[in-house]
Ligand binder design. Structure first.
Ligand code: SF4
Length: 165
């Protein structure tokens, strides 16, 4: 739930919302509807919302607000729920300047870095899993029960018409 105590009770704090590019757009583009559980359609919708945010004149205010109050749902300031969770993990408060606004380019960089690191970790896991599969498949061929290397050599000799004595 959003932390209401962080909200500033002055209209000035909310004026930026009047300038948002999403103001006249359908909310479903920014907040996933209850009946839509598809991961692909959600990704497409979020990507479209992010494109709207990219050129929004109040993106910085919007992103700062969402991080500050802990908005849980939807795309705010070009960041999805998952993006904001990642930014909370890697840190965002130290980017807030004297104007009480977050530094969005720095947040974008941190997000890209976290994504790249997550991808590298995923690649390592997949490579390790592949190595384990290869090891498991090759093990029986070299075990004594399966004839092992000597069994293979004997079979090769028989195939060439040479008998081992
Ligand atoms: S940054 Fe995006 S969500 Fe925020 S006001 Fe602008 S268009 Fe709307």
């Amino acid at each position: 739930m959003a932390r209401l105590t962080a909200l500033r009770p002055i209209s000035e704090a909310w004026d930026w919302q009047m300038l948002g590019r999403c103001r006249k757009r359908e909310g479903a583009q920014f907040f996933h509807p209850d009946d839509d559980l598809g991961r692909i359609s959600r990704r497409l919708r979020e990507a479209a919302a992010k494109r709207v945010c990219d050129d929004c004149p109040v993106r910085v205010q919007c992103a700062t607000h969402a991080l500050e109050v802990g908005e849980e749902y939807g795309v705010w300031g070009g960041y999805t729920e998952n993006d904001r969770a990642t930014l909370r993990d890697v840190g965002w408060r130290d980017t807030v300047g004297q104007e009480r606004l977050a530094d969005v380019p720095t947040l974008d960089e941190r997000l890209a870095g976290a994504r790249a690191e997550a991808q590298r970790a995923k690649d390592r896991r997949m490579a390790n899993a592949q190595r384990r599969r290869v090891t498991a498949v090759s093990r029986p061929a070299t075990s004594p029960d399966a004839g092992g290397a000597s069994g293979t050599r004997a079979a090769n000799r028989q195939g060439c018409g040479v008998t081992g004595t």
